[in-house]
Design a protein around this ligand. Structure first.
Ligand code: PMP
Length: 361
């Protein structure tokens, strides 16, 4: 019977390697969670809405107008989604013909561009960034644009932490004009707000920006993101979105988080985490077990270790859960560390200091 069911599964889904999220991988008896780029701090909210017998609006007006105000765009340029992840999926659904069209992405980067293309049976073209500087290989992107409908760029890039130069993004927008959409994933942009491309939406009708409340806003648990683009693209995406993507409790909390006092709180916490990042980088650079700490503009850092496997396991056993990046393109012996509270960062450094003392590199 089970064999019969398996025979029914689409071929590309049978072959699919699902996204290895931090929750899917788990974390043993974790005490300090630095593996999912979440905020280490929770903000208390009270639910204002008390009745749930009615369906929510598909695109709740309060939510859309609050986010539009936050990013200084008009109402028609904003789509609310179940996390930025749903935005990635909707774009592929709406713009790519299965088995015919392709997307471009630039590894090492966020895996969900690839996973969503594979799920939809859309072709992928990987154009790796330049090793260690992580800059885009623009000439290679330019010569590979045939059949490409979407170019996904993550900025700041996850897991490397670098920013893509604005001049490179503008060049990319020029070479893709009339051919493909450029989708800039700004999930972490609040940690480096001056690098946002939102102000260019008025100049480029093929620019799309993905945002989320999961990172700087500290709301990964509610699953709320946004796609920003011109009105025509938002209307197209509204055709393929599920009927009620944003539940009433999600909308309630998300709207509160976008009010002035919460935005101030979010910005204070971003400043605190950015200071923790600087502190952590300085401390790591003093340790013998570190080969290289990459510069970062987000709430995580990429670190290349000597004896990486032993160190990853030692920390795991002590309940400090990090994200192994060793199997990703050009990231041999690298680990990604999300920025936690100062005391979490301190505990990590203490363990690494002890390890460095007892080992020769
Ligand atoms: N883009 C990037 C670069 C991410 O790292 C993540 C989350 N890990 C997402 C998008 C998805 O965010 P959300 O929680 O809003 O779905």
């Amino acid at each position: 019977m089970i064999n019969n069911v398996l025979k029914l599964v689409r071929y590309n889904i049978k072959k699919l390697r699902p996204y290895q999220s931090a929750r899917r991988i788990g974390g043993g008896n974790g005490l300090i969670w630095l593996n999912a780029n979440e905020s280490p701090l929770s903000i208390p909210f009270k639910l204002k809405k008390k009745s749930f017998n009615r369906y929510p609006e598909c695109q709740p007006i309060d939510l859309i107008s609050s986010y539009a105000k936050y990013v200084n765009l008009s109402f028609e340029q904003v789509l609310a989604t179940r996390g930025a992840d749903e935005g990635i999926e909707l774009l592929i659904k709406a713009f790519c013909e299965p088995e015919k069209d392709a997307i471009i992405y630039c590894p090492p980067t966020y895996d969900m561009y690839q996973v969503n293309a594979n799920m939809a049976n859309v072709k992928i073209k990987e154009i790796p960034t330049i090793k260690n500087t992580w800059e885009l290989d623009l000439l290679s992107i330019q010569s590979n644009l045939k059949t490409v409908k979407l170019v996904y760029i993550c900025n700041p890039n996850n897991p490397t932490g670098n920013i893509i130069l604005k001049k490179d993004l503008l060049f990319l927008l020029k070479i893709t004009l009339g051919r493909a959409l450029v989708v800039i994933d700004e999930a972490y942009i609040e940690f480096s707000p001056e690098d946002s491309m939102v102000s260019f939406l008025k100049d480029y009708s093929h620019l799309v920006i993905l945002r989320t409340l999961s990172k700087a806003f500290g709301l990964a648990g509610i699953r709320c993101g946004f796609t920003l683009a011109n009105k025509v693209i938002i209307e197209i995406l509204n055709k393929v979105i599920t009927p009620y993507p944003i539940s009433i409790p999600v909308m309630d909390i998300a709207v509160q988080s976008l009010q002035k006092n919460y935005i101030t709180l979010m910005k204070d916490r971003v400043s605190e985490l950015n200071l923790n990042r600087i502190w952590l980088i300085n401390q790591l650079n003093e340790l013998d077990c570190i080969d290289k700490v990459f510069e970062s503009h987000a709430n995580y850092i990429l670190v290349k270790f000597f004896m990486f496997e032993k160190i990853f396991q030692m920390l795991w056993n002590k309940g400090i859960i990090l994200r192994n990046q060793n199997n990703k393109m050009n990231l041999k012996e690298c680990i990604r560390i999300s920025i936690g509270t100062r005391s979490e960062c301190f505990s990590l450094i203490q363990e690494l200091k002890n390890f460095s003392k007892n080992n020769i590199f």
